[in-house]
Design a protein around this ligand. Structure first.
Ligand code: ATP
Ligand code: MG
Length: 376
């Protein structure tokens, strides 16, 4: 699939930006702080309803404005898709927004799967070195794009964890019988949902790991081996076995959970381990290795999304080529030629080779102008 048109109104530093995209490589070139990443961010929101870098939706509104809008049009093999997102400060709930797909209002979860993306951003550094939540989010975004039902399951699970935590705190001084009666239904719900989420994540990591290993071997020319493994808090097994394991863990850690007032077992505590040649990437990897590993993982996402949907996802590469050496950069450019790619750059000189049919856009002060298409 590919995006044909983007419109950003009062979005970040874009007051009104219209972009006609090419089906292949689209380069957004400009100096720092001109609005390049904001364009990719708008696409991320059109695909997933959220930006990885906005703590609150209201941060997206152009300073001083009371509303903002993003419109994205895409061509898929079988149909055209239009996504419209509207934010208004006077909306009833904080952070609420109106989402429409082909003119029909939908919930955020139902947005997934229409515009498929794989996003590589400077925040990928947090995926390698930051808190486990960043790594879980990576898995959840891929799984949600494949199945909105997964997103809704995750939402129900997160709410249940929150309610159970509240209960744990309220029940800290309660009698055993009262405590057990109150917690039991929550233990039951969380065991079932937790096992379902873990099972899907385990299966996804297995697929991603295989593809990422191949991608990394390609990018890093076979010299190093990348491995990715899921580290679940439940002992991995089939779903039924994990439900039993979760119930056991809740019973075993009851005292601990009541003291700490928080749920200690389940997929909200899981992590992803990344290693190169058997060494922990986070601790021992160089910055260039971090970037190559993350790119390999992003390209693995692309492969899985393509296999699942039959559609080539749109690749968003924000400052992605910067740390790669010349050879790795060349290999990346060869790989991305197959998919529509939105690439940000401070200068086209960074690119050793610009593929044919590349669309180049100059970005300055929230304005975007097409430049002549290059061919080399
Ligand atoms: N809500 C907002 N309203 C207006 N301007 C904003 C808003 N949020 C961010 N900005 C500004 O928009 C500008 C563009 O940000 P963006 O991240 O898109 O830049 P960039 O071109 O990707 O820069 P870099 O090369 O440094 O990554 C920045 O100056 C930023 O401070
Ligand atoms: Mg940027």
């Amino acid at each position: 699939m590919y995006l044909t048109h983007l419109r950003l109104v009062n979005f970040r530093n874009h007051v009104r930006t219209e972009i006609e995209l090419g089906p292949h490589l689209n380069c957004f070139v400009g100096q720092n702080a001109q609005g390049k990443s904001s364009i990719l961010e708008a696409v991320e929101i059109a695909a997933t309803g959220r930006s990885h870098r906005a703590a609150r939706d209201t941060d997206l509104l152009h300073f001083g404005e009371s509303w903002a809008r993003v419109h994205a049009a895409a061509r898929r093999q079988d149909r055209d898709v239009e996504v419209d997102i509207l934010w208004r400060t006077e909306m009833p709930a904080a952070g609420a927004k109106e989402i429409r797909v082909n003119g029909v209002p939908v919930r955020r979860g139902d947005l997934f799967g229409h515009v498929l993306i794989v996003a590589s951003t400077p925040h990928d550094q947090d995926v390698v070195t930051g808190a486990p939540a960043h790594r879980r989010r990576l898995l959840d975004v891929v799984l949600s794009q494949i199945s909105p039902a997964y997103f809704f399951l995750l939402l129900r699970y997160a709410r249940a964890v929150e309610q159970r935590n509240r209960l744990l705190r309220d029940l800290a001084g309660a009698a055993i019988r009262e405590r057990e009666t109150a917690l039991e239904p929550w233990d039951e719900q969380l065991s079932t949902m937790g096992a379902a989420i873990t099972a899907r994540r385990v299966a996804m990591v297995r697929r991603l790991s295989q593809a990422a290993r191949e991608g990394y071997a390609y990018l890093a020319s076979d010299r190093e081996a990348l491995t990715i493994a899921y580290a679940p808090s439940l002992p991995p097994g089939d779903e039924t076995a994990m439900i039993v394991a979760a119930r056991d863990a809740f019973a075993r850690r009851r005292r601990d959970e009541l003291i700490r007032g928080t749920t200690l077992t389940g997929p909200h505590r899981d992590d992803l381990r990344m290693q190169i040649d058997g060494y922990d990437l986070r601790t021992f990897g160089s910055r260039g290795q971090h970037q190559a590993a993350m790119l390999a993982l992003r390209l693995a996402e692309r492969k899985v999304l393509l296999e699942e949907s039959g559609e080539e996802p749109v690749l968003l590469l924000d400052d992605a080529a910067q740390l790669l050496d010349e050879e790795r950069q060349m290999r990346l450019m060869q790989l991305v030629e197959r998919a529509q790619t939105l690439l940000t750059l401070t200068t086209t000189a960074t690119l050793r080779r610009i593929p044919t049919e590349t669309a180049v856009f100059k970005v300055a002060g929230g304005h975007v102008e097409p430049e002549h298409a290059h061919a080399t």
